[in-house]
Each structure stands twice: as C-alpha cells, then as structure tokens.
Design a protein around this ligand. Structure first.
Ligand SMILES: O=C(O)C(=O)Cc1ccccc1
Length: 325
C-alpha cells in the first residue's frame, strides 16, 4: 500500500499538538488524516478497521501519563503501538480581538495544557475559571463561535497564527520551558516492527491480587535481565477498589532475548499481561546492553541447559579440556 492510501485518525481538530506529532510520520502529509474529538474515538475507528492507525498523546514531561490513552489501550480489543513521536510544547493565550487580559473570566483548553500553564494563570489571571476543552485547537476554534461560553483559550502558536479572528494576548505561557509530549501511533495487531537496537517495549501488567511482593516480582523480571524501565504507572482497572494494572515502558525490543525472557516471566506471574508493542525510540538512542544480558549470553545459556537435557557435561570444558571453575 502506498503512503497516500493510508488513513490516520488523530485527536483533532487541525492544529492540535497531536496533529503535529502525526505530521512527523513519513508519508502522513499525503495520507488521509481524520480529526477526532477524543482519543477514544480515534482509537475506536482503528479497532473498527475504518482507519489504519491513530496518533494519540501518551506521556507528558510535566503531567505524566495521559490516562485517557493509557486506559483505552490497556483494555478492549487489542491494539499495537508501532511508532512514537516527541513534540516540544509551547503555549499561547488567545482571545477575540478587543478582549484584554483583565477582561478574561473563563479560559478553555485541554486538561494537560491547563495543568502546564497553571502558575502563569495564577500569576496573571488569578480569578480565571477553567472550562475543559477536548483539545487545545478545539478550544481556540470555539472562540470563533457566535456565542462562546469562555473568553480565552490556550493553544499552540500555529493555531492562532492561522486564524485571523484570534488575537495572541501572551506567548510562552507554559510553566516549564522544556516541556515535551510523547505521542504514539497505534494500529491493529500485526507483524512486529523491526528491531533497531534503539527500541521500546510497552506492556500492561495486571497486579496479581492478595500476593505479597507481587509488584517486586514484576519489577524483578526486568531488573534481573538488565532491562531498564523508562515509565511505570499504576492505573485502577475500574472493576473494584484496589484492583490495579501497571503500564510499563521498557528499553529494548521483544526480539532482544533479555526482553523476551522478561516478557515470559511477566506472563508466568500475571497471565493476563498484555503486550502493546515494540517500536523504535523517537530519539534513536541505542540501548546499552550489559554483556551477561546480550543475545549471545542468552543463547549460550540455553545451549548449556539443552546440552544437559541431552546428556552433555554440566560444566564448560576449559582450554586443556579441564573444567572451568
Ligand atoms: O489538545 C491538543 O492539542 C493535544 O494534542 C493534546 C495535548 C494537550 C496539551 C499538551 C500536549 C498534548
């Protein structure tokens, strides 16, 4: 299939940070891009086969995990993360022409944007009330409605620049200048994406109940195989109070023996563990491998055990045929 025949959904409308993440995907510019009003709708269209993949936010350097996404991909028909994208985030405050900072009573934006501009708002418009918006761009465009129920919006600089009816009242209003959001491209299950040596693997592990040390056992599957974790979050399953799953990103690919071995360990501890994909890291940073956790070390160890099962000596012979101690 050529890139232009693919169709992508994303958290829209046009001008969201999610669209900026999607446009980083090679071929996305020529492909069909369908804006959706929620992460759930974007993912549902993929599940139903109406789109090939969805771009959704998953992690924020300031706010942490995007719970709507974490929960949606952890449950329901299986989905796979096939790619990640990083977008530096800067915010502007926009209003209709003529509206001044001191006139603003109500501000709309996406919840993550509001959380990232909290200090600036407290300092500059302390009495402003928050009106939840489905995205930053939806909040900005909503200001152009005939009778908007808020006075200003927080959005990406580009959205404001492209709409003459919007006036920028303040720039760079984010509390953390280096804020970055991580997005993932999600499709239906299929062949694994190729291993690059700079990969991530995402899993969802329901915590076994009434078992002391269960979390420690889960973490140990990674630690004992030299697998680094870059994100771990607990989320309630929603079934009943106290029932949790862990959403985990680990460095490495399921084709790396140490990761495969850790996955097998997770499955033994928690059989409902859900594999959400192995995919190339956006920063292309190679994963350092401790020698005793390399593919070669795992292959040698398996060969040794298989040899024992087949009746071979249980210890390696040294250079002169003497056993190595
Ligand atoms: O609302 C948007 O523009 C989004 O793409 C979601 C979002 C909101 C705030 C920071 C990063 C992503």
């Amino acid at each position: 299939m050529s890139a232009s025949e693919l169709s992508y959904t994303f958290l829209g409308p046009e001008g969201t940070f999610t669209e900026a993440a999607l446009l980083q995907v090679p071929g996305a510019v020529e492909a069909t891009r369908v804006p959706c009003s929620s992460v759930n709708t974007a993912l549902e269209r993929v599940r139903q086969g109406k789109a090939d993949a969805a771009m959704v936010p998953i992690e924020n350097s300031v706010e942490g995990g995007v719970t709507a996404t974490l929960d949606a991909i952890a449950t329901g028909p299986e989905l796979r993360i096939v790619r990640e994208a990083l977008v530096p985030i800067t915010f502007v405050l926009v209003a209709r022409p003529g509206v001044r900072l001191e006139d603003i009573r109500r501000i709309s934006t996406h919840g993550h944007a509001w959380a990232q501009c909290r200090l600036w708002i407290e300092e500059n418009i302390p009495h402003a009330e928050y009106v939840p918006g489905s995205s930053t761009a939806a909040a900005a465009v909503g200001l152009l409605d005939e009778d908007p129920h808020y006075d200003a919006a927080i959005c990406a600089p580009l959205v404001a620049a492209e709409r003459p009816g919007l006036n920028i009242l303040a720039e760079n209003i984010g509390d953390n200048p280096g804020a970055v959001t991580r997005f993932v491209l999600v499709s239906r299950p299929g062949p694994l994406t190729p291993r690059t040596g700079a990969d991530k693997t995402t899993v969802v592990v329901p915590l076994p109940e009434d078992r002391p040390g269960a979390l420690m056992e889960i973490l140990d599957q990674f630690a004992s195989r030299g697998v680094n974790l870059s994100r771990i979050e607990s989320r309630p399953t929603g079934q009943y109070l106290g029932h949790y799953f862990f959403s985990i990103d680990a460095d490495g690919h399921a084709e790396d023996s140490r990761v495969a071995d850790a996955l097998a360990g997770l499955h033994r501890i928690s059989p409902a563990t859900r594999f959400l994909g192995s995919y190339a890291r956006a920063d292309q940073e190679k994963t350092p491998v401790v020698p005793h956790t390399s593919d070669a070390a795992f292959a040698a160890a398996h060969a040794w055990v298989n040899g024992i099962l087949a009746g071979a000596p249980g210890v390696l012979a040294g250079p002169q045929g003497t056993p190595v101690i």
